[in-house]
Design a protein around this ligand. Structure first.
Ligand code: ADP
Ligand code: ZN
Length: 536
């Protein structure tokens, strides 16, 4: 590789862009909308780019930064990855550097001097840095070719990755009105897109929306029975020797499962915010470098991780939102080869997530929003139609994927059954406990009552005297849990408080009065075979 300045010599911008793509990055052609985006930004236009993870967002600003005179300033929340990103660019001969809080004064001075002297093609800065007068004055002393705002959804206040520092970025336009701005994100509900445009004052920006479909990812959501065993089964039968990520909600669960997999002969490492930064860094580096390692992690792991051959992403706990689910599963299969997104989900997840929301410091609006996000995730889990179709619809992309052929519901269509009567029985139980006894219990007790089980707790509270006692003996316990989950997902039932007690909602009446027919998924824990998904 040469270390000559990367600025292409070709006078025609379009030729220069292709030239830079071929010569510097070594790619023969642009992918999807990259070419249009690059051309638009080179011409000085603002852009809002929505592209799924792995879609190739980086080139959308890197190439214009190389072609336009001056330095492209990239705002990125991923401080831990800046060094890596800069190193990768430098090995290609691109003059890149970064400014963030991890540097000492001397290091910063060097970078600042490079920028002012016009010796940088790209400068990465942290959003909190841009808010400081020092950095702003520095930027005034050099020539800026463009601003790239990476992970732009961090500006969305109700999103799952909100960073207050992003709110300040609206000043870019006021302070440097002539510098084109390109905002990029892989999270793109219509609401988030609008919020990004408003908050970043990108009202004139052209929107580029790539398809969010990731056809090579097989989406599967299974009922959670014995999660460790189910996970092991998945890895052994379908992903032996593969790299993958296992997401858990808690640090304790991360530790437990990393150890569990290791003990069972599957090389696994833990990653969560409670580990010291050295261990985290080492584990991340090993995951990126080595083959066949499984990273067991909380959601602290993954943003900005570019490992092409992640063959599976497994969730042992329910994600808080569809956005989070999509982003986390999106880390699988960046190389386009068949990959699995597998989620095990159970009633306890719903109870736990609601409890987290109830116990949070957020205000009423925050909780309502968090519950709404959770509801959408639950609806996806309980869906009897194509998961991919549901996902795309959520992102406002009603595509042609009515039946994708590569998700669990397409491969083994769930049997549905009329669960209206059982749902009424369950709601009646909750109603009687509350009205006749002034009591609230969790799902377990209500199910025991319906099944007619004479447990100690049933006797203690004389629940065998209730008229609903034993009226649900025709269903199995697992089926009852399914009924509860689906009522929760539909908002016909709620869980409350520290003990996850069940309570009726405004909508319970619709079911109790028979105004609503409830079709439910049959509880079968079968696994669609990979071979039936074809060779795509
Ligand atoms: P994103 O930021 O959208 O997740 P990246 O910019 O990291 O995606 O790109 C994902 C992968 O695709 C990278 O390995 C990148 O080098 C590759 N890539 C991007 N654009 C092209 C292209 N036009 N041709 C070939 N490979 C590309
Ligand atoms: Zn499908």
């Amino acid at each position: 590789m040469t270390s000559a300045p990367a600025v292409p010599v070709n006078p025609d911008p379009a030729d220069s862009a292709t030239d830079a793509l071929n010569r510097i990055f070594g790619y023969p052609s642009f992918r999807g909308e990259q070419g249009d985006i690059v051309e638009h930004v080179i011409a000085g236009g603002d852009a809002l780019v929505l592209m799924p993870t792995g879609g190739g967002k980086s080139l959308c600003y890197q190439i214009p930064a190389l072609v336009r005179p001056g330095t492209g300033v990239v705002i990125s929340p991923l401080i831990a990855l800046m060094q890596d990103q800069v190193n990768a660019l430098r090995t290609l001969g691109v003059r890149a550097n970064f400014l963030n809080s991890s540097q000492d004064l001397d290091e910063r001075r060097i970078v600042e001097a490079e920028f002012v002297a016009g010796e940088l093609d790209l400068l990465y800065v942290a959003p909190e840095g841009l808010g400081t007068a020092g950095v702003q004055r520095l930027l005034d002393r050099g020539k800026i070719s463009l601003f790239a705002i990476d992970e732009a959804h961090c500006v969305a206040q109700w999103g799952h990755d909100f960073r207050p520092d992003y709110l300040n970025l609206s000043m870019l336009h006021e302070r440097w009105p002539d510098v084109p701005r390109i905002a990029l994100t892989a999270t793109a509900t219509p609401a988030t897109r609008d919020e990004i445009a408003t908050r970043l004052r990108l009202t004139e920006a052209r929107h580029f929306t790539a398809s969010f479909d990731r056809p090579n990812i097989q989406y599967r959501i299974v009922p959670k029975n014995s999660p460790s065993k189910q996970l092991l089964d998945l890895l052994r039968t379908e992903h032996a020797g593969h790299s993958g990520i296992v997401y858990c909600l808690s640090r304790a669960s991360v530790e437990k499962h990393a150890e569990f997999l290791s003990q069972n002969g599957i090389p696994a490492l833990p990653y969560h915010a409670g580990l010291d930064s050295r261990t985290r860094f080492q584990n991340q580096a090993r995951f990126l470098r080595e083959d066949g390692l499984v990273m067991v992690a909380t959601i602290a792991f993954g943003m900005g991780i570019d490992k092409p051959d992640v063959r599976f992403v497994a969730h042992l706990d329910l994600p808080k939102s569809v956005e989070g689910y999509y982003q986390e599963t999106g880390r699988a299969g960046r190389d386009g080869l068949p990959s699995t997104a597998w989620l095990a989900y159970g009633l306890q997840d719903v109870v736990q997530q609601r409890k987290l929301i109830d116990g949070s410091d957020g205000d009423v609006a925050f909780r309502r929003n968090a519950n709404r996000h959770l509801d959408a995730m639950l609806a996806l889990c309980e869906s009897v139609t194509c998961r991919r179709g549901q996902l795309l619809e959520y992102f406002g992309q009603t595509g042609n994927a009515e039946k994708c052929g590569n998700c669990d519901t397409c491969l083994t269509p769930p049997e549905s059954w009329d669960g209206t009567v059982p749902a009424q029985k369950l709601l009646s139980t909750v109603f009687r406990l509350q009205k006749e006894r002034g009591q609230k219990f969790g799902a377990g007790q209500s199910i025991d009552i319906l099944l007619g089980k004479r447990t100690e707790k049933v006797s203690q509270f004389r629940h065998d005297e209730l008229t609903v006692f034993g009226i649900g003996a025709d269903l199995r316990e697992a089926e009852w849990r399914g009924v509860v989950r689906q009522l929760l997902a539909g908002g016909f039932l709620a869980v409350e408080g520290e003990y996850g007690t069940l309570a009726l909602t405004e909508r319970s009446g619709e079911v109790l009065r028979g105004e609503r027919k409830l079709m439910m998924r049959r509880e079968v824990a079968t696994r669609p075979s990979r071979s039936s998904s074809g060779s795509s």
